[in-house]
Design a binder for this molecule. Structure first.
Ligand code: CAP
Ligand code: MG
Length: 456
């Protein structure tokens, strides 16, 4: 069928009127199986149908069928680009409950990725209208709220995750927190749990929470500097997560951490609404099974190979659901990010996220911004690039990049602080190292260089 014949495809040149008021828009990239290759228009229409009101055939449309309402509410594919197999879908806002992310996703990216006519599918982005943005809670603290809590007006926040990922006892982790918080004149701010550290026989949640927060309190009182502990409450039982959040609060903590993909969107939403006033740190472990795409088109609009949703879309969802910090990848990290870290930072941080050739942009209508967490194989030698690219409203997480320093943990902290100071002062790291050959930073750079270690 041509664009004018398929009821789920808008006429050529059609644009949604008032999209920021009345429509949810998705941006889709597909590859079709050979039998469907010449039917791009119908395939785009089928995606709009299956994700809104339709199915594979015409159905009974007499009295009581709901067809008149379905016709009114149906989504339409538009901006079809057959050369790149990309198109957009416009959904009327009344097709979804305004504050129900799971309901929305079951529609817009629910069934369509599974359709046999598709060989590959990527949801490049989702653009949310005002009413929907305003129906979600968004972050409780955001960037300014955390800066105020920390008493730090400028610059990235620095933190470390213990490595080995799992191995230390609760007390050993608290001892590590003491080192991190006191080395390099107490310039370092945070410690986090790793994504797979929950409550284990040799490191129970409550013991760790209590021990690390005791150290945090003691150091804060002595130094007058605020510190933070991202304590991992991840569990598949929501009640247990809420109990753990309650323990953090009771022991004087200000942050909790959860694995937001492994626990799920409803868990994040519920945690935002029910948690006892803690900031939420969102670790995205497991996201690659949803976001990873190995075709060259992941960088633009070329061929794609897999079935996925971009991290840009996931980051938008997390800002709406209300996390305060989110792992968004980083240039020069050990993890794949397709060079998208800056796009993700824009989604998390800006008041109005601009549109690009592969993203739809977003007006946040005053919703608080989220801290972009740069992490994954970072070490002092790469930090100026990370800060130059992502700006200073980021949390920089170096696990191995601190704990693997050849001179020890204190030197690791010192090297990260030195690298941050150089980047913040717009200095040149090479020159600084030449002038300070005996510094912890010079040693780190000699050991790890200035690039990420990809194979290890
Ligand atoms: C980093 C990390 C994070 C990754 C996840 C790890 O440790 O704690 O989980 O950053 O990737 O276990 O690998 P290192 P992302 O600093 O030792 O690499 O941030 O991209 O979600
Ligand atoms: Mg980790």
């Amino acid at each position: 069928m041509s664009e004018n014949e398929n009821p789920y495809v808008a006429p050529k040149g059609w644009k949604p009127k008032n999209p920021d008021e009345d429509y949810i828009i998705t941006y889709i990239d597909i590859e079709m199986i050979d039998e469907a290759k010449d039917k791009f228009v119908d395939v785009a229409g089928a995606c709009a149908a299956e994700s809104s009101t339709g199915t594979w055939t015409k159905v009974y449309d007499g009295k009581g069928s709901g067809v008149p309402m379905a016709d009114k509410m149906k989504a339409v594919a538009f901006d079809l680009e057959p050369e790149t197999n990309t198109f957009k879908i416009a959904y009327k806002v009344d097709l979804f409950e305004l504050d129900n992310m799971s309901g929305l996703l079951a529609g817009v990216v629910g069934n369509i990725g599974g359709m046999k006519m598709l060989k590959a599918f990527r949801c490049l982005d989702i653009r949310f209208p005002r009413k929907m943005v305003q129906a979600f809670p968004g972050p409780q603290f955001g960037i300014d709220g955390i800066r105020e809590q920390m008493g730090i007006e400028r610059g990235p926040l620095l933190l470390t995750v213990p490595k080995p990922k799992v191995g230390r006892t609760a007390q050993e982790q608290a001892d590590l927190a003491r080192i991190l918080f006191t080395a390099a004149n107490g310039e370092y701010q945070g410690i986090k749990d790793d994504e797979n550290l929950t409550s284990l026989p040799f490191n129970k949640f409550e013991d760790r929470c209590k021990a690390v927060l005791e150290v945090q309190k003691e150091i804060e009182e002595k130094s007058g500097k605020k510190k933070f502990y991202l304590c991992n409450v991840t569990h598949s039982n929501m009640e247990t997560m809420l109990d753990r959040a309650g323990m953090i609060k009771a022991y004087g903590g200000r942050w909790m951490m959860m694995d937001v993909v492994a626990t799920g969107f409803s868990a994040v939403h519920t945690m935002r609404l029910k948690n006892p006033g803690l900031a939420i740190h969102a670790h995205r472990a497991m996201h690659a099974l949803m976001t990873r795409e190995s075709g060259p088109g992941v960088y633009d609009k070329g061929v794609i190979f897999d079935f996925s949703m971009s991290m840009v879309a996931v980051a938008k969802i997390m800002r709406l659901l209300g996390v305060d910090s989110f792992h968004g990848g980083a240039p020069k990290a050990k993890m794949e990010d397709y060079g998208e870290a800056k796009l993700i930072r824009d989604v998390l941080e800006l008041d109005i996220t601009p549109e690009t050739s592969i993203t739809l942009g977003q007006n946040w209508y005053g919703m608080k911004p989220v801290w972009h967490v740069a992490s994954g194989g970072l070490h002092p030698g790469v930090l100026p690039d990370v800060i130059n690219r992502l700006g200073e409203n980021i949390m920089i997480q170096c696990g191995g990049g601190v704990l693997g320093h050849p001179w020890g943990i204190e030197a690791g902290v010192e090297a990260v602080v030195q690298a941050r100071d150089i980047a913040m002062g717009r200095g040149n790291m090479d020159e600084w190292i030449k002038e300070h050959p005996d510094s912890a930073l010079a040693k780190a750079a000699e050991y790890w260089g200035f690039a990420p270690k990809i194979v290890y």
